[in-house]
Design a protein around this ligand. Structure first.
Ligand code: SF4
Length: 374
């Protein structure tokens, strides 16, 4: 009887000690991360969520970063990402149009201001961005949005090979660029063959060199293993992602990953566990739940914050629908979370531990600040 009681505490104690390691400003090792991803029982997963929630509260308080996107060029993409409705390689019902003029971009900015959304990302379905008239037009749109003061202009415009492109974007007022790694390096060839993992990492390095913050994450539920998810989290830590979007595959008919009848979807508890593991591995980053949230999590959506998420993509996604923004805002209010992120910006990640404890050193370097423990 005594042995059973002791056994029942081993896993919760190990989860707690890894959380204490994170609070103390130390980084999890790959083996420790993988052990968290391997947790199976519902009881252990709920213990994990509870600690991930404390880590989120410690580093992020009750602030939540809201983002939305506007598709400035849709469909007909030359790339072959197997999850994507916008690839020209697949037959889907997704809309197609060329680069839009300013009005739809400013409409998105108006809507963002109305809803208190921190940032709007200009997103385009194409391989990448080079110098020329398209870059000029994109920079004009970024400048207009920035000068309007309505919201922060972000962008996700594909591969950048030329460092001057990143510098132009920065000069136009871009603060943060979205460029997902999608999955682990090992699994990536199952996702896309028209460009490489290395090209994605190279793009991120050009952006960082230009002083642009990085929004980079991936998609789960594509058939990857837990180890692939763990490797993705560590790769994101290595590239220095500031915001980490986690998308959950929403199979789109016509794409190679679109057969929802034969494809086993990832369970809501596995999704929540993945978010929590990311929070342990990436304690100070904004972990943002993006595409596939509503369809995959269903009634468990609000638990993403208990699992450690600190950011939310609101409004519709590129090719699928989300729940209405006012429903999301109500959910945040009901949870006691504050979407007013402005005073809790990127600088918190760079300049202190983000806990509001007053320390002025990055958390990796200071074991001194104590988390608010109940
Ligand atoms: S994910 Fe982006 S790069 Fe890949 S096919 Fe879709 S639009 Fe093109």
């Amino acid at each position: 009887m005594r042995d059973e009681q002791i056994d029942a505490t081993i896993t919760p104690n190990r989860i707690a000690s890894l959380a204490q390691k994170v609070f103390a400003g130390h980084k999890l090792t790959h083996d420790e991360g993988l052990w968290l991803f391997s947790l199976e029982s519902t009881a252990d997963i709920f213990t994990l969520l509870s600690w991930a929630n404390r880590i989120r509260e410690h580093f992020k308080g009750n602030k939540v970063h809201l983002c939305s996107i506007v598709n400035v060029k849709a469909g007909g993409c030359s790339e072959n990402c197997k999850f994507c409705a916008q690839s020209a390689a697949y037959q889907t019902d997704s809309p197609r149009y060329g680069l839009v003029d300013l009005p739809p971009v400013m409409n998105a900015a108006d809507e963002a201001k109305q809803n208190g959304v921190t940032a709007v990302g200009l997103v385009a379905a194409w391989r990448g961005l080079e110098e020329g008239p398209v870059l000029d037009q994109i920079c004009d749109q970024l400048e207009e949005m920035k000068n309007s003061g309505k919201t922060r202009p972000d962008a996700s415009l594909g591969i950048i090979k030329n460092p001057r492109v990143a510098q132009r974007l920065k000069a136009a007022g871009l603060e943060c660029y979205g460029h997902n790694l999608e999955s682990s390096r090992r699994f990536y060839p199952e996702v896309c063959s028209s460009h490489t993992y290395e090209e994605r990492i190279e793009t991120i390095s050009h952006l960082k060199a230009a002083g642009i913050k990085i929004c980079s994450g991936g998609i789960i539920g594509m058939g990857e293993t837990r180890e692939d998810r763990c490797d993705l989290a560590f790769s994101l830590r290595e590239v220095g992602a500031n915001v980490v979007p986690i998308n959950i595959l929403n199979p789109i008919e016509g794409t190679p990953m679109g057969d929802s009848k034969t494809r086993e979807s990832i369970s809501p508890l596995e999704i929540l566990k993945t978010i929590a593991c990311f929070r342990f591995i990436l304690p100070k980053q904004e972990i943002m739940i993006a595409g596939g949230r509503t369809v995959n999590l269903r009634d468990l959506q609000s638990m993403i914050f208990m699992a450690g998420a600190s950011a939310l993509m609101v409004g519709n996604y590129l090719t699928t629908l989300n729940q209405p923004v006012d429903k999301d805002l109500q959910m945040l209010k009901d949870l006691g979370l504050d979407p007013n992120w402005d005073k809790h910006g990127f600088s918190d990640q760079d300049e202190n531990c983000g806990s509001g404890c007053g320390c002025s050193t990055a958390a990796e370097e200071t074991p001194a600040c104590e988390p608010a423990m109940a």
